[in-house]
Design a protein around this ligand. Sequence first.
Ligand SMILES: *Cc1c(COP(=O)(O)O)cnc(C)c1O
Length: 458
Amino acid sequence: MSINSFIEPFKIKSVEPIFVTTLEQREQYMKEAHYNPFLLHSKHVMIDLLTDSGTSAMSSEQWAGIMRGDESYAGAQSWERLETELKDLTGYPFIIPTHQGRAAERILYGYLGGKGKTFISNTHFDTTRANIEFSGAEAFDIPCIEAKDLSSDYPFKGNMDTTKLEELIIKTGVSNIGAVILTVTNNTGGGQPVSMENAKAVDSICKKHQVLFIIDCCRIAENAYFIRNKEKGYEHKSYREIAQEMFALADGCAMSAKKDALVNMGGFLALKNEELATACTNLLIITEGFATYGGLSGRDMEAMAIGLREVFEEDYLHYRIMSTTYLGEQLKAKGVPVLYPIGGHAVYVDAGALYAHIPTDQYPGQALVCELYKLGGIRAVEIGSVMFGKYDDNGKLIPSPMELVRLALPRRVYTKSHLDYIIEVFDKIVNNKANTKGVKITYEPKFLRHFTAHFELL
Ligand SMILES: *Cc1c(COP(=O)(O)O)cnc(C)c1O
């Protein structure tokens, strides 16, 4: 099928204005924000591709659910609807609601972790790693070898290296393993999908050694799209059945509902083991809220239950993945270097290759996010040496291995016309490539500097 053949499978009932700005205004706003898009006012952004987390548009059904929300402290109907939906989807009997993904992670990995424990993942998402390391445990990433080749069209670069998994389990000793975590899709690894074959292989190793297998299922619906369209034997299964088959392999899952549950806030844990679930529920009650609401209001749980149904709809998932593919393939066709194949929720531009003339200590990724805002009012995030760079003892930059810029697509928010606009802005960026210069850092905090650092154009 042609990458052009998709439409938004929805009509627009309520609109939110985009304020159209001029180049001169944007130059001024960017200067006021010290050339850091995190410091921009969102009203000055025309197309916001900072993240796909919590930025989805809800459906009319979800908004109707918001009105039905039951705000009872205990045993609310909205909780019962969410619990029923999640038991049916995951097949796990114990459901623990939380206010977002990292709260679920803190509870589960805080409980399983601690000094001397080891966690193994295809790639830990940053909040996952932070919660594991905060508990005193260690987190190892073992992405598959194919993930290293950034331009091959291997379809499942999100896979875990199962040979390394078994070696690591044996080396570490079963009793020291906190859990094996399969992140689906692999967010940090470029939103790349994980195959069912890989999930099965991970499962059989975990079962053989009797270690806990948890799925980080933030984007499991998007992952199911890739399995059905790229893995043999799944052509005739529904997306929901594919997700259910994957859930059935593991001992539980953690989810940020801000991704594939199509809501602006929410999360949960779902577990097979009663003892583990009871321990987690006790921690939940201390830090998040009572067992039947976690950190959520009734209306949030109602909207989440509906979103978890809608996300598996055929037409929605086709539109969703084709939007990302369309943007990525069009950029690639224009000669913009992108990570390949295009993942589920974002297009990653290789700014280091696009701006080969800008040295890493002048931050080519930051130069690109500045250009995107200046020329198009588009906000994106640098994932390179601003985010991951460190200094050696002499104050010299140790760069990140890649200088990327992520264009993350919010769900159901932008139309194909907005994507065409982004593609046009990239024409200007490519035309202006030789004149584009790097940036220098004028202020930086000690930790997580990308959020608040100040820059100047060189
Ligand atoms: C977003 C995300 C999380 C954390 O969820 P929050 O809701 O942001 O706390 C965990 N894992 C993955 C893969 C994510 O994308």
